[in-house]
Design a protein around this ligand. Sequence first.
Ligand code: MN
Length: 435
Amino acid sequence: MPPFGVLAIVLGLKMPDTPIAKLKVRRQKLADLMPVNSAALILSAQQMHRNSDVEHKFRQNSSFWYLTGFNEPDSALLIIKTEKETVNYIFARPKEKEKEIWTGYRSGPAGAAEIGGIEQSFLFSELKPQLEKLLGGLQHIYFDFGSENYISLGIEILDLVRQKRIYQITSTQNLLGELRLFKDDWEIAQIKVATQIAAKAHNLAREACKAGEYEYYLEGLMEGFFRQNNCNWAYPSIVAAGQNATILHYTNNNGILKDQELILIDAGCEYNYYAADITRTFPVNGKFTTAQKEIYDLVLKAELAAIEQSKIKNATFDQIHEKAVWILSNGLKDLKLLTGSFDEILEEKKYRKFYMHRTGHWLGLDVHDIGAYQESDGKSKVLKPGMLMTIEPGLYFDPENSSINEAFRGIGIRIEDDILITEIGCENLTELAIK
Ligand SMILES: [Mn+2]
């Protein structure tokens, strides 16, 4: 088995910079979607305080990163589109030797402009006075107010926008969602690193798993592997043994692994801010009980069928879910876990008692990536090459559900892969993770 440390060495330990040409294309595409006489203002993430003198690890705002490739807090991107031209402005912290000694290198406005290939640069402290000057005569601004970042600055910006009589204020989410839905070749290369390292981490956990071990041990093993390969977790890992797996967002990870029980691990890393999202469920001792095997085989069948569905040209997002629901419902009926006719089970959504979430979500810079799930006419999104989604059916049986056979109570199983839609069907980016 080749060690994955090799991969990190091949890739180099430094995150690759986003090519400036890609950043320019993204900003141009965003501007193309904006009406004439409009502005888009995207703030960076803020450095979040944790406790006493400790700060949270900085993680850039995904959309800001997508458009600028700039990885510092207290920054902003402003795009102004008029009839005459479109101009990009970046705002960044000043270079200050004293501060850099304590908290690290700062690029300064000129450095930020160079990284992003952006024409104009200013200090972040200049943002309001520059907006005062630059927003005059515009009719529309795209701005995300209400995120946890820069609340008081956001209020001041809204005040300024009102003073400028710009009455159309829209979130950037729809425009950027439409762009971020389609991954370019460079993004796919980053995602493939994340998915391979995450898949390998799952296999390591499977090898190390044994009765008497604790959930946190496997969590640490996987997250340690993420860091060893220049990745961070993309979301807090779920390592859920036995009936903990029936809690969908379980993150305590302090339970003990028991013989004859299953373990569900939903963990993924991000590389260069691109996320992987994988779930695997397997028996602690390597051998399924009859009931566990019946449910596992059913979930796997639903997952494989949903992946097949994604290969069909112009399949919709909803069709993936419907396929999984159809197979799970059929199987639950056969196992006598659901009663009534098949039509009844579907119409009355009886399956929801055991399958209460959707079959997938968009994946990218955010693990639940932005991007609409409907076309503009309200119909389910048609899957096109370059889109990336998870496919993750599961079944969960409440340990206290006395209406089902005891053998099924407390079983929680989910299987999740990351599926890239391609010209010829799809590519499963996480098939390296044993299932
Ligand atoms: Mn997921």
